[in-house]
Design a protein around this ligand. Sequence first.
Ligand code: COA
Length: 373
Amino acid sequence: MADKPKKGLADVVAASTALSDIDGQAGRLFYRGYDIHDLAGRTTFEETAHLLQCGSLPTGEQLAAYGTELVRGRKLGTLAEANIPEIAEKQAPMEALRTLVSLAGGDDPDKDSNSPEANLRKAARLTAQQPILVARYHAARTGTTIADPDPELSIAANFLLQITGRTPGEHEVGIFDACLVLHADHTMNASTFAARVCAATLSDMHSAIVAAIGTLKGPLHGGANEQVMRTLESLDPSAVAQSVRDRLAAGEKIMGFGHRVYKTEDPRATHLRKMSQELAEASGDDKYYRMSKEMEEVVFETKGLYPNVDFYAATVYHYLGIPTDLFTPVFSVSRMSGWTAHVIEQHADNRLIRPDSEYIGERDQKWKPIAER
Ligand code: COA
């Protein structure tokens, strides 16, 4: 008899990858063999995207060429451009991105090719366009206009400028850039798996990314960072511990805690906690940081759960002036680098992903004509 399926495919190895690796017991994460503790704060998001998509940390010359490709690639095509106003009116941010990336697929000059070269070009374009799509959507729904991104600025700096409307300080840009690095890839997480399943049918890069965006949207995955902020806003600052205990006692999940793979602290949370503290102190209002610390203590005491990447990312984005409903879109801006690299990797050594299922329904049913049912 076949083994019982592992619910949620826990511990099932679903693909081979050279992109990222997690040591869940030690709480370590590596991108192509580099410890993220060595990358965050020292390697830019653009370098990290190059590492994932092209296979190595770039030399100065490679980075300049990749930077030029990103600048050229971020110009939106007419199909996506023309539909932003109506989409901004009718769709919530993650729905809008799902639609806009699909439209951008129609605009892409390589849309009919799955060749490795075309996929690399599409990966750079998608990485360059995602922050612009978020910013343009936000501008459309708030009735503001934004300047074109400055080719001299990084993706992180341009994004903060376009979203907040003010020139960000160097410290803020450094922190946001490190956030993008920390979220870039994470082995076989749900959205990456969705992208790989789609890509493995030999469908195209944009279709795979649309599948990934739809998957990231859920509160058990990327949507958790927005829910963390909503929880903080809903709590009475003087009764955090009791409220969290009550919620846990009622069987509620506290968003931003727990992880399928890490059995100790998520290494990304270590950086994000520190960033949150720094930004809270700089802002002169550390209320949400203090509340987060208290939540962390109570959840650990009560359930033995550690914060995951989404917990402190919420307050970091809040202190950076990013609207709460754009937190998950920000995650997609970063994870685009990983998703696209996974599609390239899947196509390079492809086999259809088609697992089996355990049948738990009725058997031997006797068919009856409709009048007798
Ligand atoms: N708050 C309270 N309890 C939690 C919890 C949380 N955030 N995360 C897990 N648990 C508990 C579950 O209730 C379950 O308890 P039980 O065995 O008594 O029923 C146990 O821990 C195992 O949880 P489960 O949901 O089965 O683990 P999973 O591996 O399937 O899920 C997550 C992993 C990340 C989906 C889960 O921890 C979660 O829902 N976290 C909140 C959402 C979140 O932050 N997502 C972002 C992930 S990076």
